[in-house]
Design a binder for this molecule. Structure first.
Ligand code: SAH
Length: 250
């Protein structure tokens, strides 16, 4: 073997450092190990909730999606380091991205299938919509704060969650043009279950909605519309959500 010239050594060193420079950020941005750890935390959290909930084992399909969606890209720059901790984080305008366990639980409880149209009220960061996207045929999401809605819409488009449509408006009234919905998820707490959303739920559909005042205890409620059109509601667990704002929400 020929001894390397000084120039070749220099070139090799440059290439090695270039490899470090190009591979480190990609790896750091990927953060798949942190996501896998987050999903483990979610699974063990689920095992500790009352068995009557029927969500002690998060559906592996939901867990798998949450292992892929880059939550760190849905939070502001200064929150990125904490993106895979199992807690809500501020997203600006006094709003929060929900705790990953709650996102998993709500997604699990509405049983989304590949042919389903899903309505989300409270787009916020767009993260919950991104988690629903691979599970559903179409996701419609409504956000009342224009800046958040626009930001989430462009983030979802950039990340190619192409079956998500976001609109700015008051979600209390639902989205009649696209009703009925096979599943509805409300990610802000209402003082009561909004009747227009019950109306827009398909027969056989499920809605998950936190109900309660901003300074009192709120409960996650599961609303089901049976095939015969009758409604059942179940009170699940105590939660803490930002309030649902808008016209008749109070
Ligand atoms: N699902 C979001 C969490 C958002 S927090 C996420 O994954 O990041 C709740 C959001 O509901 C806030 O952004 C808030 O502005 C929005 N919101 C409150 N009242 C609303 C209403 N009446 N219609 C639509 N969005 C509403």
């Amino acid at each position: 073997m020929r001894p390397l010239s000084q120039c070749q050594v220099l070139l090799a060193a440059l290439l090695a450092s270039a490899a470090v420079v190009t591979s480190t950020p990609t790896h750091a941005q990927d953060r798949s190990a942190e996501r896998a750890a987050m999903v483990d935390t979610i699974k063990s959290h689920a095992r500790s909730v009352p068995s009557a909930l029927g969500a002690q084992r998060i559906d592996p399909v939901v867990a798998n999606v949450m292992e892929k969606v880059p939550r760190h890209l849905f939070v502001p720059e200064q929150q990125r380091a904490a993106a895979y901790q199992d807690r809500p984080l501020p997203i600006g305008y006094g709003q929060t991205i929900s705790q990953p366990f709650i996102v998993a639980l709500m997604t699990d409880l509405i049983n989304v299938g590949p042919g389903d149209a899903v309505l989300e009220i409270g787009t916020g960061s767009g993260y919950q919509a991104a988690v629903l996207s691979p599970l559903a045929k179409k996701v419609y999401s409504i956000e009342i704060i224009p800046e958040l809605g626009k930001r989430a819409a462009s983030r979802l488009a950039e990340l190619r969650f192409d079956n998500v449509e976001v609109k700015v408006g008051d979600g209390y009234h639902g989205w009649p043009d696209h009703a009925p919905f096979d599943a509805i998820v409300v990610t802000a707490a209402a003082s009561h279950i909004p009747p227009p959303l019950v109306e827009q739920l398909a027969k056989g559909g499920r809605m998950i909605v936190p109900v309660g005042g901003p300074f009192s205890v709120q409960f996650l409620m599961l609303v089901e519309k049976r095939r015969d059109g009758s409604i059942t509601t179940r009170q699940l667990l105590p939660v803490s959500f930002v309030p649902l704002r808008g016209g008749r929400a109070q």
